[in-house]
Write a protein of this length. Structure first.
Length: 613
């Protein structure tokens, strides 16, 4: 089966389409980079250019064989199955050459539809499920694009965001979405389609999120919307306040480094929404639970994938420790098939930077169907998760473009921390004095983060000596164990170095067999109550030949004498340490990847938004 998590763009207006489409695709390249293509109406016919490989390959092709015209669509593709190839690149068309389209999503019944269409005489040229939609639309089309789209949707099972260009309606673009993100917007020089907001920010800040099976018709004069039956509807727009520069690399070599360097600001911006630092108080109205319902809360279930899941691991600890509420954390893709039965008084928190992760959306929907209260921690206004959850605790990280999540993790973690604190306040498990103390310490965090960033040369130097490592193990206990998980994920995804995280106490139950001369073990030791125990575990691997690096705060014993290297964190409360400790780990992963010459912002085989399961 071929599945995609791709980027789509479209433009119709008074300017040349190709440069606008390429500009948008560049911004969306984080969604996939196996192949790219555009189709533009040149005044007499639809001209297609597509190529296997990164966007630069398409750009080279267009420099040699330019296309002119002011209405077109574009696509950047990510495939997990089936070879990325010219033939499978988008756009795709129908046998009768009536239309071309680009697609993000998966057509689950494409095999059945393909068989039916072949019997009707369609000649397929690719292995994709997308071409099935193009052929199906072409088979149905009789001059009325909206009627054809409405009819085609009755056959298609699965998820899709489609941008379509009909040959006999060359100034207009049609788009439709189901379970796949898509935004449209109208700027001063025309109308735009994109999979994600940053791709159109240079042209308009007023965007409309496409709802389930809604259709939009874009013309140089405006955008009209229709429901799934083809009836006209009114849709409002959302004004986006992000700074455009936030989605550009500026003077940084990589988005990942830029986004790590933005962490103090992202952290402050997010915390400011939930805390009045001047009054040393939480902003009670910013949280989902109030005096009346916080006491009824019996259990919190936290769901996420990847880095968001790791932020949830911190959240679990915060809810247990600060609010004394039982909290469970589960990976969304496991949870959705676990057959779990929600209990009375339970709430679900889903965490997602993009708000479009397919498995997290599925878990959210399960809870909603069960009548469970759902709260999203999300970075993208208007995303599916932000729209569907009962309440949203937004993070204010700004656009995160690098595939490796960095600032989103930090902002998710602080939102979870503050929510746990608020619940603790109401339930009487966090005193007013303790809350004020934590808020004061929290307000110092951005400056301390900045100090870590300013001192990053030491990490860069260490990475320059260690980048040939074949295996790296991260260990810690409690909160440090949760941090280790994220540190290991960062390192493996950007540097391709095999890295694993273990609760430090687990080593002796098997993993220690992997320790041999020269293996790098990173001990995260920030929790005073557990420090001595992890330090002993580090000593156990050191005497078996491991090279040991410790990341620690305050005075955690005589680590210098046991470790090859010790990195010190600025002092803060044990509960707040993760906001500092993750930064050296992200920098370490970054510098190791740079030293190895890896594609830091777009690691192989990955995409930023995982919109299919
Ligand atoms: C980690 O660096 C990844 N980008 C990935 O694990 C990510 O956190 C995961 O896919 C979840 O994405 P989301 O937050 O957009 O739902």
């Amino acid at each position: 089966m071929v599945i995609y998590m791709c980027g789509i763009v479209g433009y119709t207006g008074s300017n040349e389409a190709a440069p606008i489409l390429l500009d948008g695709l560049e911004t969306l390249a984080y969604r996939g980079y196996d192949s790219a293509g555009i189709a533009v109406f040149d005044g007499s016919e639809i001209v297609m250019r597509k190529e296997k490989g990164q966007l630069s390959v398409l750009e080279e092709l267009l420099a040699k064989e330019p296309v002119t015209g002011s209405c077109g669509i574009g696509h950047t593709r990510w495939a997990t199955h089936g070879e990325p190839s010219y033939i499978n690149s988008h756009p795709h068309g129908d046998s009768k050459k009536q239309l071309v389209l680009v697609h993000n999503g998966i057509i689950e019944n494409y095999v059945k539809l393909k068989r039916m269409l072949i019997e009707k005489g369609c000649v397929f040229v690719s292995d994709t499920d997308t071409e099935v939609v193009a052929q199906l639309l072409g088979d149905i089309y009789d001059g009325d694009p909206i009627a054809a789209i409405v009819r085609a949707m009755q056959f298609i099972e699965g998820s899709f965001a489609l941008a379509i260009l009909f040959r006999d309606d060359p100034e207009r673009l049609y788009c439709v979405a189901k379970d796949s993100p898509m935004v449209v917007g109208f700027g001063k020089d025309g109308a735009h389609i994109a999979s994600d907001i940053p791709a159109m920010l240079a042209y308009t800040r007023d965007v409309t999120f496409m709802g389930e099976k809604q259709i939009a018709v874009l013309s140089p004069d405006g955008i009209a919307f229709y429901d799934k039956h083809g009836m006209p509807i009114d849709k409002g727009s959302t004004h986006i306040t992000w700074d455009l520069d936030a989605a550009k690399k500026g003077s940084y070599e990589h988005f990942m480094m830029k986004e790590i360097c933005e962490e103090p600001v992202a952290f402050r911006k997010t915390a400011d929404q939930y805390v009045s630092f001047r009054n040393r108080r939480l902003k009670a109205d910013s949280f989902p639970w109030g005096e009346s319902d916080a006491h009824d809360l019996k259990r919190i279930r936290i769901i996420g994938c990847g880095t968001a899941y790791h932020a949830g691991m911190l959240g679990k600890r915060y809810f247990s420790e600060l609010a004394k509420i039982p909290a469970e954390i589960e990976i969304a893709s496991e949870f959705r098939y676990s057959g779990y039965t929600f209990e009375e008084g339970e709430a679900l928190i889903v965490i997602s930077q993009s708000g479009e992760t397919a498995d997290t959306i599925a878990a959210l929907r399960m809870a909603k169907e069960a009548g469970v209260r759902t709260i999203a921690v999300c970075n993208v206004v208007g995303s599916t998760i932000a729209r569907e959850a009962d309440e949203v605790l937004f993070t204010y990280a700004g656009p995160e473009i690098a595939v490796a999540a960095t600032k989103s993790y930090l902002t998710q973690a602080v939102v979870l921390f503050l929510t746990a604190m608020r619940l603790g306040e109401i339930r009487g498990t966090v005193s007013a004095e303790r809350a004020a103390e934590l808020i004061d310490k929290l307000s110092d965090i951005p400056d301390r983060m900045q100090k870590l960033l300013d001192d990053r040369g030491e990490i860069q130097f260490f990475a320059s000596r260690e980048f040939n490592a074949k295996h790296v193990f991260f260990i810690g206990r409690g909160i440090d164990s949760a941090l280790s998980m994220e540190a290991a994920l960062k390192l493996k995804e950007v540097s391709y170095i095999h890295s694993e995280a273990y609760p430090a106490g687990e080593l002796k139950h098997g993993t220690i067999a992997l320790i041999e001369e020269g293996v790098l073990v990173v001990g995260i030791i920030t929790q005073h109550a557990l420090a001595a125990k992890t330090a002993s575990n580090l000593e156990e691997v050191r005497v078996r030949g491991a090279k040991v690096l410790a990341l620690t705060n305050g005075n955690q014993g005589d680590l210098e004498s046991h470790c090859s290297k010790v990195w010190h964190l600025p002092e803060t409360d044990d509960l707040l340490v993760p906001f500092l400790a993750i930064i050296p780990m992200q920098l370490f992963a970054y510098y190791m990847a740079v030293q190895k010459g890896c594609s830091v912002d777009k690691p192989r085989n990955l995409a930023k938004s995982v919109t299919v399961e």
